[in-house]
Design a protein around this ligand. Structure first.
Ligand code: C5P
Length: 215
C-alpha cells in the first residue's frame, strides 16, 4: 500500500500575507486541494497535516486530517504517526507545490517498488550557485553536480520511520534518510512543479496553467 502525507501546517512567514500560502486560490481551488488531488490519485490513502485553526476547513479528499508541529519535520512525524502500519511506501509532499502531477507521485513510488529506499524528483540547477557568508563569496560550487530537489518524495515506510525516530530537523525528509546512510535515488523532476514561496509565484503558476501543462 502507498500512503501520502500532504503538509500544509506552515505559517508561510516568507509569503507575507495573512492567509497562509497553501490556502490561497489557484483557478478557484486552494493550493492544498490541488496537492490533495494529485496525492489521492497516486495513493491508497492520504494524511493531511494542517495547522490547528484550519482543521475545520479540511477537505474530504484526505482520509485522515491531523495537526502539524512547529517545524516541517515535526509535522511529518505527526502525519507519519497516522499512516497505517501496513503501508510499505510513504510519499511526503508539500502543499506549497500545487502543480506536482499524479504521474510524479507514481514515478517516485515506482522506485521504491523497484528496491530503492528513497526517491526524490530533481532538476538541474540553471543559476550559478556560490557559497556566501557575511556578504562575501567563499566558493563557487560546481553546477554540474547540483540538483534542485522537489517534493513529492517517496520512501520505504520503515526507512522513513527510522529517519524520523531521533526527532531531528531538516528541510526535507531525504536529508534525514541520507543521514542514516541510505541511498536516495533522483528521478527527473517537473519544471512546472514550482514551490509557492512569494506572492508572485502564484502568477507564474497561473501562467503555467494557461500554457496548458503541469509538467
Ligand atoms: O516552510 P517551507 O516552505 O519549507 O514549508 C514546506 C511545506 O511544509 C509547506 O507545505 C508547509 O505548509 C509545510 N510545513 C508544515 N509544518 C511546519 C512548517 C512547514 O506542515 N511547521
Amino acid at each position: 500500500m502507498i500512503w501520502s502525507i500532504v503538509l500544509a501546517a506552515g505559517s508561510g512567514t516568507r509569503y507575507g500575507r495573512l492567509v497562509p500560502k497553501q490556502y490561497e486560490g489557484l483557478r478557484g481551488r486552494r493550493l492544498v486541494d490541488w496537492s490533495l488531488d494529485a496525492a489521492a490519485e497516486a495513493s491508497d490513502g492520504v494524511v493531511l497535516v494542517v495547522a490547528g485553526e484550519y482543521r475545520e476547513q479540511a477537505e474530504d479528499t484526505a482520509d485522515i486530517v491531523t495537526t502539524g508541529g512547529s517545524t516541517r519535520a515535526e509535522s511529518v512525524r505527526r502525519g507519519l504517526a497516522h499512516v497505517p502500519a501496513d503501508a510499505e511506501v510513504v510519499i511526503v509532499h508539500d502543499a506549497a507545490r500545487p502543480l506536482a502531477t499524479a504521474a510524479l507521485f507514481a514515478a517516485v513510488a515506482a522506485q521504491i517498488s523497484e528496491g530503492a529506499d528513497a526517491a526524490v524528483p530533481g532538476i538541474p540547477v540553471t543559476d550559478t550557485i556560490k557559497r556566501v557568508s557575511a556578504g562575501i563569496v567563499r566558493e563557487t560550487v560546481e553546477r554540474s553536480e547540483l540538483a534542485a530537489v522537489q517534493t513529492p518524495q517517496a520512501f520505504r515506510a520503515e526507512v522513513l520511520r527510522r529517519a524520523h525516530a531521533a526527532g531531528a530537523d531538516a528541510t526535507d525528509d531525504a536529508a534525514l534518510v541520507e543521514a542514516l546512510g541510505a541511498e536516495v535515488v533522483v528521478v527527473p523532476g517537473e519544471t512546472a512543479n514550482l514551490k509557492i514561496t512569494h506572492p508572485h509565484d502564484l502568477l507564474v503558476a497561473e501562467a503555467v496553467l494557461d500554457e496548458g501543462g503541469r509538467s
